[in-house]
Design a protein around this ligand. Structure first.
Ligand SMILES: [Fe+2]
Ligand SMILES: [Fe+2]
Length: 293
């Protein structure tokens, strides 16, 4: 479809509340605004539009051509889009389902609009399907939940640092202080915190991040960076564990432990902030928060 023709159709679509005449009469359509992968400029395209399980769905069929359309390349680079259905206009995250999820969705698409099956039969590529998750209307999402989990880690780490402060103060004021059970408490607390943090990062590396990278290719490089940070944090945790394990009240240097905890806190804060900025929108758009026990 030529650009000129596209422009005319989009103007007609907007003038008539989403309805087109002629050979497009009665077709459910939407205008999708993406950001040009090369130009960074706003790009509009009018597409066949389906609604499946409450989400808008568009198909990168390009009328069965052998190459994916430009708008599809754009959303691979930047998934933030605007959707105009004629009734309403909303911001969305454009996700690309993979594997079994794709197969299931494509079958649903073909069941509703058999023309896409004909395009697929003709094309030499697998025709991608894109799910438009609106981001303006939603309940509590997985991203919100992630922020809460991070907050729990922040609070726990603050408590650990307070404990280390008490250890340090105690050693400075009296030889018999801190009491051995204070060091013991610290050890137990540290162990619990570190195990929880390891589980959190393992879950991200093995499940959350691969799922996100599949659906939002634009996120892949930043997710790799985040996994690298998990390794950094794991090294710091290991050094703290050694310090805490070998801590003898009255003998060991509590300042060193305190310094290492401070390093972990700032490293972790930077990691959480970067992670939240990178993935919260995509997580909120694609998954609801897990039910609270
Ligand atoms: Fe993380
Ligand atoms: Fe995290």
């Amino acid at each position: 479809m030529s650009n000129d023709f596209q422009r005319r159709l989009i103007a007609e679509f907007r003038a008539n509340g989403g309805a087109l005449g002629g050979r497009f009469e009665g077709w459910p359509l939407a205008v999708l605004t993406t950001t040009g992968a090369r130009t960074g400029r706003s790009r509009e395209v009018i597409l066949g539009f389906l609604e499946i399980d409450g989400n808008g769905v568009v198909v990168a069929s390009a009328n069965g051509a052998d190459r994916n359309p430009a708008w599809y390349h754009n959303i691979r680079r930047n998934p933030r889009v605007t959707v105009e259905t004629g009734d309403e206009t909303y911001p969305a995250m454009a996700a690309i389902p993979r594997g079994a999820e794709y197969e299931k969705l494509f079958a649903r698409v073909v069941a509703e609009a058999p023309g896409y099956g004909e395009y697929q039969a003709r094309a030499t590529r697998e025709i991608p399907v894109v799910v438009l998750h609106r981001i303006d209307k939603r309940g509590k999402g997985m991203g919100d939940w992630l922020v809460e989990v991070h907050q729990w880690f922040r609070d726990e780490l603050r408590a650990l640092r307070d404990q280390a402060d008490r250890l340090a103060d105690g050693s400075a004021t009296a030889l018999v202080w801190p009491k051995p059970d204070l060091a013991q408490e610290m050890r137990a607390h540290c162990l619990g915190f570190c195990a929880a943090l390891r589980r959190h990062h393992t879950g991200e590396d093995s499940a959350v991040f691969p799922a996100l990278a599949g659906q939002f290719p634009a996120l892949a490089p930043v997710l790799q960076q985040l996994s690298g940070q998990h390794q950094e944090v794991a090294r710091l945790q290991e050094s703290i564990r050694e310090l805490v394990d070998g801590f003898v009240p009255g003998e060991s240097d509590p300042v060193r432990l305190r310094t290492e905890l401070e390093r972990l806190a700032s490293e972790l804060e930077a990691h959480f902030a970067f992670e939240e900025q990178a993935v919260v929108t995509a997580l909120n758009a694609t998954a609801a928060a897990p039910p609270t026990a």
